[in-house]
Ligand binder design. Structure first.
Ligand code: ZN
Ligand code: ZN
Length: 1018
């Protein structure tokens, strides 16, 4: 006996039950044991920042990771299952600062770096537990407890080794340059961290007068949107080849910008070069000794402003570059926190944003302001604390990339990217990126192991062991490789022997932490395996992860597969690739699955403050993990995911078809005492005579396995979902529908075929919906067949014979004809229950032998092929949708459509000229209408149904109505499927011409005349 199914599944309850059962039975451990020694499939987890609980965003990536690991495990691959946490750097610091109520670097220092480091570690430890809990609830199988933590001394030591190598090759240098700077975090921001950090912002728009010293009464008019940079002005730039004019009011501007003005004098920009002017804040001490003058610059744009550009080399990258060319003085107006230095008089201590209004007022008062307004533009914000960034000149440490660039490009060419354009993006990034700014002026992060000596020698310490050798002080208090402890360590300069050489105070970019993972976690160059050897420093006590040896690295490197969202192209994918190419000159991964953004179900970004953020806990209890996972997997990776309860509801509705099909098998199996045969799972029922429809379902199931395998091998989960949905539809709406009667009396072939198909379906979908799959496996297989594996995950991936494609095509065409026939009825407004006389089909290639089934399904007496009225449809490309996507390929698509060479894929989708077009990418030509006929068609097929209803058809229609009503009454009365009834029928004389038919369909033993329609148990 199978366990009966409730009418609808309670996903969260099923999931909790399965989680407990997995744990009790050690299913995951059994799976790992089973695959140990099998072929290797290496996945390296991109570390999740350990500063939060699990969110639905993170759950998306975790689901994909789990789906592919489960699939590969079902295929027998040995895997590592190591999860990773990103544990240091600004993300962690900012969260801890917030909790402690600290809001500047000064406050952190006053709080104490040791205590601050402890708080950061606590935060990580808390978050790691939360993330593990959430991920387990999601169904993710990982080697929890043996996770890697990027703040372990081992990880840090590996990065030191990398930095030492970069130094030895001459790539590591200290640069003095202008950089994007977060005034709140007090540190520079690297180019790859700016990706996606631009937001719309309104700034002041100022037109300011710079009076010319040698031309009394005349002035230059410049335009700026950053008032705080004006006190640092040293020059004004003009385009040498553009024309400038002196307006009647004495202001010089570019003629092209104000073509309608009257000019009293005109000059080429080159002639203005060298003119001296009075700066906007010459009275402040900071401007002392600065001679302001006009310079020429080819980049001056005539698209906005006045054509005269204010230059402040201390506040902008291009300005800084110009200062080198023109030997301009550099005025740095603000400190690390973005506040004016004391040399700026009344501005001292004011922040860049606070200063705007006061600077405008001051300029106006002094007669320097021409006009002030507002200006909306895209502006970069700090990706961690959302403060608007400024530019500062800073001394940062860089790794130069030019030497490595060609090798990076070559390595990227070996990587298989899905979607393919992510690989192109990586190429673009690699071609255009500047040197890697690796230093941050912060506290809890990778300490850069750089020890510059007064003699000029720079020591880069390559490992923790090397530090032991070189250290002259501070090792006794070094609890872990973090500030403040590391700052107290001093070394001896190997070049001159001087003792007491100190480390630079900077910490490293977090992407160094994550980029080293394919080396640090796999034991690269480590002579001997160290048990628990990864859990060092801050990671001690948090993980039991080993430090493997070099052989292990050789086995598991490079990864077969990594998967993260698109922004990681310039972050983790990049830093890994960079470090790997530097260390071993090859890509650290062979294939990548990337994916786009997650938005809410209406397409808006999710924000806590907008009330549309869905906490993972809430999603688990309201939709269930299986439904979430389905939603994630149903998403093509090249489009944004619209996640929410609406789509979840839709998925639950679809899943009911599967649930009801299993429910059907369970119900009749229990009535008819069906016992499944485990061996049937190998290739379908053997030793029993199968009917054509059974053979079709076996082939259809084989096709599902083939399609699902292909989808997973191509890393396209949405195709797996599509294949599964279409299979369930065929199984329920064709096989069960056409075979019902065979289940009312015991027909072994039908039971065995349906059981085989359903169980195989479960096996195929198990990576996506592990809970429901194991729940049903236990019911249909493990508890029903002696010797069956107890979990679907211990049963391996199904293997099938090559499915009979011709048979599949044949039934696919039959189903398509039936669908079109139903569509034709509904267009003509005739109910499905009403029998009709005839249907004509045109264009059928294979369905000729299935006239009987078509007639039954469409409730017609007669099916004719290639006769009757003709309907035509024309397809045209939707150029507006296709043009941007396909480019010149659109021509081929159009030509193929003109020739009628298109294949309908269902739901309006079409395959043509090798492209798959969505429903909204084709325009369907006018439909043909013919009186008395309902017509429907796709490209290949047309179906015309005779809609005339004569008295005989009308009577039969009423019989069908009656049968339907009575069966509904049976259900409402709670009768068993096998109960017989006595039927009371009013005014039914003509209906009684079909008495036997009515009795058979309603299980009536007798039909009696009476007042009203009624049933009674016989
Ligand atoms: Zn910041
Ligand atoms: Zn020295």
């Amino acid at each position: 006996m199978f366990r009966q199914l409730p009418p609808v599944p309670d996903h969260p309850a099923i999931e909790e039950e399965i989680l407990t059962w997995w744990e009790e039975r050690g299913i995951f451990q059994q799976l790992r044991d089973r695959n140990r020694g099998g072929p290797v499939w290496s996945f390296v987890d991109g570390p999740v920042t350990a500063n939060k609980t699990l969110g639905v965003h993170t759950a998306w990536g975790r689901t994909l990771k789990d789906v592919f690991q489960r699939y590969k495990a079902l295929c027998g691959f040995d895997q590592r299952y190591q999860n990773g946490f990103d544990c240091q750097g600004l993300w962690i610091e900012v969260g801890v600062e917030r909790e402690l109520g600290l809001n500047s670097k000064r406050e952190i220092e006053a709080y104490g770096l040791a205590e601050f480091a402890r708080k950061c570690r606590e935060k990580v430890a808390w978050s790691a537990q939360e993330l593990i809990r959430g991920s387990k609830r999601l169904g993710q199988w990982m080697d929890w407890g043996n996770d890697y933590y990027t703040f372990s001394d081992t990880n840090i030591s590996y990065i030191w080794g990398f930095l030492k190598l970069a130094h030895e090759r001459g790539w590591l240098y200290r640069g003095h340059r202008s950089t994007e700077w977060c005034p709140r975090c007090g540190t520079s921001i690297s180019a790859h961290e700016l990706v996606g950090s631009y937001e719309e912002r309104i700034d002041p728009s100022l037109f300011v007068r710079f009076p010319l010293i040698d031309r009394p009464g005349q002035s230059l008019t410049i335009w700026t949107t950053t008032p705080w940079t004006l006190p640092a002005n040293v020059a004004a730039a003009v385009h040498p080849d553009e024309e400038y004019g002196l307006k009647e009011n004495g202001e010089w501007v570019a003629v092209k910008r104000y073509p309608d003005e009257t000019y009293v004098e005109r000059r080429r920009g080159a002639e203005l070069v060298g003119w001296r002017y009075r700066g906007p804040f010459d009275h402040l001490p900071a401007a002392e000794g600065i001679e302001h003058r006009v310079i020429g610059w080819d980049e001056v744009t005539m698209d906005e402003g006045t054509g005269l550009v204010h230059i402040a080399p201390g506040c902008g990258t291009e300005d800084f570059e110009l200062s080198r060319i023109h030997d301009l003085p550099i005025v740095m107006p603000v400190d690390e926190a973005g506040r004016f230095y004391d040399r700026f008089g009344w501005l001292h201590g004011i922040s860049t944003s606070e200063s705007a209004e006061q600077i405008v007022a001051d300029l106006a008062e002094r007669g320097r302001l021409v006009a002030a307004g507002e200006y909306a533009h895209r502006y970069p914000f700090c990706w961690r604390c959302n403060t608007p960034l400024i530019f500062r000149i800073a001394d940062d440490w860089f790794i130069s990339v030019d030497d490595v660039r060609p090798r990076l490009l070559a390595a990227n060419a070996t990587v298989d990217w899905t979607p393919a354009y992510f690989g192109k993006r990586m190429d673009d990034w690699l071609r255009n990126m500047g040197d890697w700014n690796i230093s941050r002026r912060r506290y809890f992060g990778l300490p850069l192991p750089i020890y510059p000596c007064a003699c000029g020698h720079v020591t880069v310490v390559g490992s923790r062991a090397e530090l032991d050798e070189l250290a002259t002080a501070g090792m006794d208090q070094l609890v872990e490789l973090h500030r403040p402890w590391i700052d107290a360590v001093e070394i001896r300069c190997p070049a001159c022997g001087t003792e007491g050489v100190q480390r630079i105070p900077e910490i490293g970019d977090v992407w160094l932490d994550a980029g080293i993972v394919p080396f640090s976690t796999l034991g690269w160059q480590n002579p001997e395996r160290v048990e628990g050897g990864y859990g060092t420093g801050a990671a001690e006590g948090l993980t039991g992860a080993d430090l493997p040896d070099h052989n292990y690295w050789q086995t598991w490197f490079p990864a077969h597969w990594v998967s993260e969202m698109r922004e990681q192209i310039r972050l983790w994918f990049y830093s890994q690739l960079f470090m790997s190419v530097c260390l071993v000159d090859r890509a650290p991964f062979r294939s990548v699955l990337g994916y786009e953004k997650m938005l809410d179900e209406h397409g808006r970004p999710m924000h806590g403050s907008w009330g549309n953020l869905i906490p993972a806990e809430e999603a688990f209890s309201r939709m269930g993990a299986d439904v979430m996972r389905w939603q994630y997997c149903d998403q093509p990776p090249d489009r944004d995911l619209f996640f929410g309860y609406g789509p979840a509801h839709e998925i639950k509705r679809k899943l009911l078809t599967l649930w009801n099909s299993v429910g059907f098998l369970v119900r009749y199996s229990n009535i008819e005492s069906f016992r499944p045969t485990l061996d049937d799972l190998a290739a379908g029922p053997a030793g029993v005579e199968l009917r054509a429809l059974d053979r079709w379902l076996v082939a259809r199931t084989g096709k599902l396995v083939v399609d699902a395998t292909a989808a997973l091998e191509e890393q396209l989960t949405y195709r797996l979902i599509a294949a599964f949905e279409s299979f369930v539809d065929d199984l329920s709406n064709w096989y069960i529908r056409r075979s019902r009667r065979r289940f009312y009396a015991y027909d072994a072939a039908a039971f065995r075929t349906l059981w085989f198909a359903l169980v195989t379906g479960l096996r195929v979908i198990s990576p996506v919906m592990p809970f429901i799959a194991d729940h049903m496996w236990r019911n249909l297989v493990a508890d029903a067949c002696a010797g069956a594996p107890e979990s679907v995950f211990l049963a391996g991936w199904p293997e099938v014979d090559e499915p009979d494609e011709r048979l599949l095509d044949e039934i696919a065409e039959v189903r398509r004809i039936v669908e079109l026939g139903r569509e034709a009825r509904s267009t003509a407004g005739v109910k499905l229950r009403q029998p009709l006389r005839r249907v004509y089909v045109r264009g059928a290639r294979l369905a000729g032998t299935h006239a009987q089934e078509i007639a039954e399904e469409l409730r017609v007496d007669e099916v004719g092929f290639d006769q009757g009225p003709v309907a035509q449809v024309r397809l045209l490309p939707n150029l507006r949708a296709l043009g941007p996507r396909l480019g010149p390929k659109v021509r081929d698509v159009k030509a193929a459509l003109d020739r009628g060479e298109a294949e309908e894929l269902g739901d309006g989708r079409v395959r043509v000229a090798g492209e798959e077009l969505a429903a909204d990418e084709v325009i369907r030509g006018e439909r043909v209408e013919i009186a008395g006929w309902g017509i429907a068609h796709d490209i290949a097929l047309s179906v015309a149904i005779d809609t005339e209803i004569d008295p005989d058809l009308a009577l039969r229609g009423r019989v069908y109505e009656l049968i339907h009503t009575v069966n509904t009454m049976r259900k409402d009365a709670g009768l068993e499927l096998t109960d017989r009834i006595v039927l009371t029928l009013p005014d039914g004389e003509d209906l009684l011409r079909h008495e036997d038919w009515i009795k058979a369909e309603t299980l009536a033993t007798r039909i009696e005349p009476g007042e009203a329609l009624a049933i009674a148990k016989a």
